[in-house]
Design a protein around this ligand. Structure first.
Ligand SMILES: [Zn+2]
Length: 152
């Protein structure tokens, strides 16, 4: 059947990974980080976070083996990076929101320093703020139950 052949040829076409085709670094295949960030900023931070950039991090050849960094925030250039493996169908939007919310909390909760001058970013005040996210418990549970899917 001609149709079958055509289908076959189509499948054998080399395709760039989806991410390369997307024009903006905040757009993923399943989630647009910018949209999520703006929604959270309005809803939970009274739009206090100004001029932040949020992007999907670079894809690595292999997923990490031991632990997984879902997101990072850099204050000097106001850059939030989210791990590209979170851009998958099985990831619930409220989990992605939780990851972004966590990074956003760093922007509004001050870091502390221990007596030796070491910076502490996850301290009591921080946890308190983080737990205000309505899906916090659900997200933590989901993280525990699904972490292995992100590791090698
Ligand atoms: Zn953190």
């Amino acid at each position: 059947m001609a149709r079958k052949k055509q289908t076959k040829r189509k499948v054998s076409c080399a395709r760039l990974p989806m991410q390369r085709l997307l024009p903006f670094a905040h757009e993923g295949r399943y989630f647009d980080l910018r949209a999520v960030f703006d929604r959270l900023n309005t809803k939970y931070f009274a739009n206090a976070l100004k001029r932040y950039t949020i992007v999907w991090g670079r894809k690595r050849k292999l997923p990490p083996r031991e632990y997984f960094v879902f997101g990072t925030i850099q204050e000097h250039d106001r850059m939030i990076r989210i791990h590209p493996l979170l851009d998958q169908r099985f990831v619930p939007v409220w989990f992605l929101e939780y990851v972004i919310y966590h990074e956003m909390c760093h922007a509004v909760v001050r870091d502390k320093y221990d007596p030796s001058g070491r910076r502490i970013v996850h301290h009591e005040k921080f946890w308190e703020r983080e737990q205000r996210f309505p899906h916090f418990r659900k997200a933590k549970r989901w993280e525990d139950e699904n972490l292995a899917r992100f590791l090698r």
